[in-house]
Design a protein around this ligand. Structure first.
Ligand code: SF4
Length: 727
């Protein structure tokens, strides 16, 4: 039967659930079930189901806005683009290229992330580019590269989870952040496997666990060391695996043996019997996994914490073997691809290092520039934002809302206000866009085609299903227009497939090699796992392509992604790589590296003045800074605002009742939200979701102390005092 629906993917989290978009009689679009995508098999959470509401939102921007006399007023595209190009050119002339900051997002498609990095380095010549993915999974990425030589969030597909024997899930509330993923863990338990959840809160995810460990915030590293100590003490080390496939064991072993279980119990609050039970559950099955998320990663020792959990996997022979391994559950929609293609301060496309001369030569050749003209690494996300208004005089920002999502957010808001010039591309007037000098209204997920790389490392094609409204343009068109105005005569490509063809060449031979992937393959194969090198040779010239839609806005199907005419039909095609490290790790000697790590406290511990831990996180009906989901009535009704979750014992001490307004005060500021009293949290800890601006903004409180390797801020733990607000 003929169908007019378009198979595509959700605009939000890194699960990238498949969905169909079908036109409605009213001229809109609705989400319908898409069962052929194996990750979600048709299931969606409320965010994905209601995503079309943002496309037709009454607060959707459809005209550029330019600040005039202190107010943002509608302007033509030429006026807005001329203003941006003029301001950036003048600031560069007066202060040098590094006075121009660029900030991207983990929601940008691979094509946009790639083009943004190229735009910053080739057109602006600035080193000052980073993105909000730094706040997401950078500690896991750094830990993975140290241990395995390569970071790909999950080195195995999600479908392996139900077949393993035990999963330790550290600091993930996936039942709320990506609900369809919960089925993999339900199936694991139905198959006889066990689930251990590590979280200071009894979340909906923790309720599913066979064993729930509730450590004090900021002590996940000590917990992993305690488990490794017991693995050694109980003779559970896989000696042959350690000998054959790893290096550095003796130093890591010595570090773990210095952390006696009783000592770990005092640090973490997790009892020795619970530690022993976790070790038994993890070590007895043939195969097991450790999966981390933001809980252990968003700490000022996030990289070492990830390293400690990887050490546990290595000592027990749980990495690079079937149905076993360490993985990170990346959060943002394109958090994985966004870190591979050059919008990160220290990276070039293909996950190449910006300070690697060979990488610079390769990418410069693809870009047609002198490698010596490419700037070196710049500041990390928080450091970049913190420098706004000092040596960084302007910022071009895409797909991010740091006024809500950055740590120490009130300070970052002031830094944004102190800029000479701020330009923001967004679909609505976010809290950050409201501060801008120019706001450009851009197309959304369903209105454009592009690739996303899911948390599995599966590259996917998100397809255009509807025609964008009059007045908006794609981020690629914005960068093309600005490049043309700033001296690149032909501008940049605006067709996503043409950009992807260039990205393929730029990534060829790099750690994240996409050179064997084509749009056509993505459609035919329902996504392809990287690395996927071209075989036998990388195309040398971009192909041209049509959009995924014909001019009528009607889905034109596979024909719009033509076969490369240069392709040899008989040549072998690389199948992609769903499972990494089965033969060797991506290190020089093929061995995984233990990293010796020791416990150290959080950058800020409770004291007399600030006696309680604050930890932050997400709720099921909102996504990240809420810029999109707060504009959806159904989601707002389900999650209308922030709250302070606290234990009855702490509430009693404060004299707080359910719903009372509580002021949460840290060294960085004060936030107010109603009390939500539950026994599902440690009595020494309060929790706030971070999706909202204003009085209840959780990130007013959070600590920007940075991990020395990943430069991840310590979102997950700081010290606060809590007071009932008299009203
Ligand atoms: Fe979208 Fe994530 Fe929800 Fe799936 S789980 S529908 S990808 S927000």
């Amino acid at each position: 039967m003929e169908t007019t629906s378009t198979p595509t993917h959700c605009p939000y989290c890194a699960l990238q659930c498949g969905m169909n978009l079908s036109p409605t009689p009213e001229g809109g679009v609705e989400v319908t079930e898409r069962v052929d995508f194996p990750v979600n098999r048709g299931a969606l959470c409320g965010k994905g189901r209601t995503a079309p509401a943002v496309l037709s939102s009454r607060v959707r921007l459809t005209s550029p806005l330019v600040r005039s006399g202190g107010t943002l007023v509608p302007a033509t595209w030429d006026e807005a683009l001329d203003r941006i190009a003029g301001e950036l050119g003048a600031i560069r002339a007066g202060h040098g290229p590094d006075a121009l900051g660029v900030f991207g997002g983990g929601g940008l498609t691979n094509e946009k992330a790639y083009t943004l990095g190229k735009f910053a380095r080739v057109v602006l010549g600035t080193s000052q580019i980073d993105y909000n993915g730094r706040f997401c999974m950078s500690s896991a990425a750094a830990g993975g590269i140290k241990a395995f030589g390569l970071d790909r969030g999950l080195p195995f597909p999600l479908e392996d989870i139900p077949k393993t024997g035990c999963v330790i899930l550290v600091g993930s509330n996936l039942a709320e952040t990506m609900p369809p993923a919960l089925r993999f863990f339900t199936e694991l338990r139905e198959n006889g496997g066990t689930l251990i959840v590590v979280d200071p809160r009894r979340t909906r995810t923790a309720e599913q666990a066979d064993l729930h460990l509730m450590p004090r915030p900021g002590t996940d590293l000590a917990l992993a060391l305690g488990l490794l100590h017991l693995v050694v003490a109980e003779g559970r080390v896989d000696e042959e695996y350690v000998r054959e496939r790893t290096s550095g064991w003796e130093e890591a072993r010595a570090a773990a043996m210095a952390h006696w279980p009783e000592h770990v119990e005092r640090i973490t609050g997790v009892s020795v019997p619970q530690l022993r039970e976790a070790v038994r559950m993890f070590c007895e099955p043939e195969a097991a996994m450790v999966l981390t998320a933001r809980g252990p990663e968003q700490q000022s020792k996030g990289t070492d914490t990830v390293g400690a959990w990887i050490n546990l996997c290595l000592a027990t022979g749980r990495a690079g073997r079937p149905l076993s391994g360490y993985g990170c559950l990346t959060g943002q929609g394109n958090g994985q691809g966004g870190r591979e293609h050059g919008q990160k301060a220290d990276q070039l496309p293909g996950y190449r290092k910006l300070d690697d001369p060979a990488a610079r030569r390769h990418v410069a050749e693809v870009w047609g520039v002198d490698p010596d003209s490419l700037p070196g690494p710049g500041r990390s996300a928080y450091e970049l934002l913190d420098a706004l208004g000092t040596d960084i005089r302007s910022l071009l920002l895409m797909a991010s809302n740091p006024v809500v999502s950055a740590p120490r957010a009130a300070h970052i808001e002031e830094r944004l206000k102190s800029l000479d010039f701020l330009a923001v591309c967004d679909v609505v007037l976010s809290e950050t866009a409201a501060l801008a000098d120019v706001v450009l209204p851009v197309t959304q997920w369903a209105e454009e085609t592009g690739t996303m790389t899911s948390l599995e490392g599966r590259v996917l094609l998100r397809r255009r299903a509807i025609t964008p409204p009059e007045g908006v343009r794609s981020d690629l068109e914005v960068m093309h227009e600005l490049a043309a105005r700033l001296g690149v005569e032909k501008g940049f490509p605006t067709d996503p497939e043409e950009v992807f063809e260039e990205l393929r060449r730029a990534s060829a031979g790099g750690p994240a090699d996409y050179s064997g992937i084509t749009y056509r393959r993505l459609v035919e194969e329902n996504g392809v796992f990287w690395p996927c090198p071209a075989a036998p040779a990388t195309p040398t010239a971009p192909t041209t392509s049509a959009s995924a839609m014909d001019d009528d806005g009607e889905d034109a199907g596979l024909d719009v992604f033509p076969e490369d005419p240069a392709r040899d039909e008989a040549a072998p095609v690389h199948p992609g790589t769903p499972r990494l490290f089965l033969d060797r790790f991506a290190t020089d000697d093929g061995r995984a590296r233990f990293v010796p790590v020791s416990h150290r406290p959080a950058a800020e511990e409770p004291d007399e003045e600030y006696p309680v831990f604050l930890t932050t996180g997400r709720v099921v009906a909102q996504y990240q800074s809420g810029a999109q989901t707060r504009r959806v009535d159904e989601l707002n009704a389900a999650a209308p605002g922030p709250f302070v979750e606290l234990h009855p014992r702490l509430a009693a001490r404060l004299g707080a009742a359910e719903g009372d307004p509580l002021a949460v005060v840290s060294r960085r500021g004060r936030a107010v939200a109603p009390a939500r009293i539950t026994t599902g949290i440690r009595p020494d800890t309060v929790f706030m979701p971070f999706h909202w601006p204003g009085e209840g903004r959780a990130n007013t409180l959070t600590n920007p102390a940075l991990d020395p390797t990943s430069r991840m801020p310590e979102f997950k733990v700081c010290a606060v005092r809590v007071e009932v607000v008299e009203r």
